[in-house]
Structure formats: structure tokens, C-alpha cells
Ligand binder design. Sequence first.
Ligand SMILES: [Zn+2]
Ligand SMILES: [Zn+2]
Length: 412
Amino acid sequence: MIKAVKGTRDLLPPATVAWNRVEAVARAVFRAYNYHEIRTPILEETQLFARGVGADTDIVTKEMYTFVDRDETSLTLRPENTASVIRAYIEHRLDQRPGVQKLYYIGPMFRRERPQKGRYRQFFQIGAEALGSESPAVDAEVIELVVELLSRAGLSGFQLLINSVGDANCRPQYVERLRQELKSVAHAMCGDCQRRADTNPLRVLDCKVEADQPIIDKLPHITDCLCDPCRAHFDTVKNYLADRGIAYEVRPRLVRGLDYYMRTTFEVVHGSLGAQNSVLGGGRYDGLAESLGSKVHSPGIGFSIGEDRLVMSVEDAQAAEPLDLVIAPLGEPALRHAAVLARDLRRGGLSVELAEGKLKRAMELANKLGARFTLILGEEEMAAGRYALKDMASGEQRQVTREELAARFGGN
Ligand SMILES: [Zn+2]
Ligand SMILES: [Zn+2]
């Protein structure tokens, strides 16, 4: 028997109901904030991610699905979507369109991670990028949007963490300070930290090794090292969040080890997910477009939500989509009549299933499918122009004309 590839999974009904619900909420929220959908290819040239995600990140060095195409081009299944969106933004000169470009995406990403709870090698992200502005008002609006989206999707009890990681002016000095401090303590830390203490000290702050935590807690905070413009930007973002009544916690350790991340970073964590509790990560990346070849300065901010985890956190509370009506036609002429009736009712917005065969089997099926009503349609009913409509919850059955049926269910 051939099974789904390790780390991938089939999403089956009724679980797909929760997925569609979350996506419908996301699209409605994006529309309200004037975001528009972008769909980029799942395949990109490998160098896009090496440059856009960072050549020395775990994603690029260990987790990408990369292969050489028949023409010798190295291609990669996208491990995330920000680099692709920026590539499309540059390629199609979206910077020339009016206003801040607000783009959202929903789709699968691919990383060859060790499978664990809520983590898959094909996983889904809901994300967005706002390109063309450095304003802290955009940061606050993006954060407001994610809080709105998660709340409306049904997630409760989540926590918003924010930080500023400075910019090209102040961060190098902080990194140097960190590097100096680490010289005296790195020998007591894990292997990754010892290596990163010199090559990429910021990433030491990401370390999850328990024994390293007390050492990391004593390291200097980036929020104490911000230059005046970065501090003013961060203070303004915090004020704008306060105006909106959005609760947050400043987490000085919330940094991203990639050079193009600047100023605002944020993350949303949720208790039900255990140690791997991040539902969403985002931040400002004012230098990314230039590093991918943009001739114009295109500051931006974005985020991505782990849709698998979000759905997992909210789906318990969701009920399956009910089926409105099962039509049980008795015999071939009734089946043809029922098929046309079903079409008309479906056009009217009803969910309808047509159950061929014996009446007893049709009623059993209607019960198993959780149908609200069953309509019995035989030669007699056709001749009389009246159908037998049974309410499956109460068991009550009554005769209805086609017009009454249409009036009741909105068909024609
Ligand atoms: Zn460590
Ligand atoms: Zn700065």
C-alpha cells in the first residue's frame, strides 16, 4: 500500500471544515484592511531563498527540498513565502502602484523538519506583507490585523510579544557588545551557542537549551542599545497599540537572526501548543528588497501564521457543517425529477444530497449524514405535486408543494 509521504498528511472532511472556516475569516479580515491576495509559484530558484532567508539559517542549510532541474537550474520548494512575495514585488514593479502595497497569501510551504506535534513537512501559512512604508502606524495596523484575525478565527488566551531589533545604525554595536559578553560565558553553553557566539551572536538569544537560559537572561538587552530614531519608532508603535487597547509584552530576547530584520518584531504564543507554542511570527525587514535586487528602497513589514497550529487550536470548538436536505427519489422517473429539484434548491444556497435506492437506506444515510430534513419523492408525490418533508430532529413529517419548499428554502 502506498501511503502519504512522511511529514505530510491528508486533510479529510470534516477537518477541512475548520480549515475553510479559518481561511474565510482570514480573507474577510484581509479585505477589511485593504489587503489583496498574491499567489506565487511553489517552486523558486534556490538562490532566492539563500539570499532572502539567509544562507546560514537552519531552513536553508538543513530543511529545504532542493533539486536540480533537467536544465541544471537548482530549484527549491518554497520554505516560506516572504522572499517569493518580494521577488514578485520587484519583478512586476509593484512599487510603482499607488499607496502601501498590502499583499496576503494562503498556501503550503515545505521544510524537511523532524516531525512533531503540529509540525509538518508540508505545512500551511497564512501571511501578509505591507510594502513601501517605514511608518510605525503601519506596524501597529499590521499587529492589530493579526490580533483581529486570530480572535475572529476563535483563538483565545493568546499572548502578543513585541520587540525592536534596531537598525543598521545601532544593531551592529549591540551585536558587538553581545559578542564581547559572550567571550567569557560561551564556553559553558551548548555547541550551537559556542559556534554562534562569534558568527551570529543574535541567534544565541534564540537558543532553547534549558541549561543556557540563565546565562542568556544575563546578556545585555537590545532595547537598552537602540539609537534615538529606533527608540522613537518603537515607542510610537507601543503608543499606537495602547490607543487600540491591544495588550502586549516586550520581550527583549525576541530577535531574528537575519540581517534584514529591522526594528519591530512580534510573535504570538498560545498555551495549548506546549513548548512549540508560537502561532505567528512577524517583523519589519526594511533591507530585504534591496538584498534581493530592488533598485528602490522598499521597506516592509509582514507576518506568517502557522495555519496547521491555528486550526489545531480552534477546531475542537467547531461543529461540522450541517447538511440541509437529503432527497430520496423512489424509482427512475422520480430520480430525474429529484435531480432537477436538487439543482434548483442548490442554486438557492441549500446543501443537498441525492440518495438513490431503497427508502430505508436513504433514511439511514440521512441520519448518518446529520441531515436536517429528508424529502421523499415517489410516483404518487410527483402526480400530486406534493412532497413528503421529514424533519429529522423531531421526526415530524408533512406534505409540501414545490412552492412551499421553495419559499421555505429559498429555491425557485
Ligand atoms: Zn545554546
Ligand atoms: Zn537604530
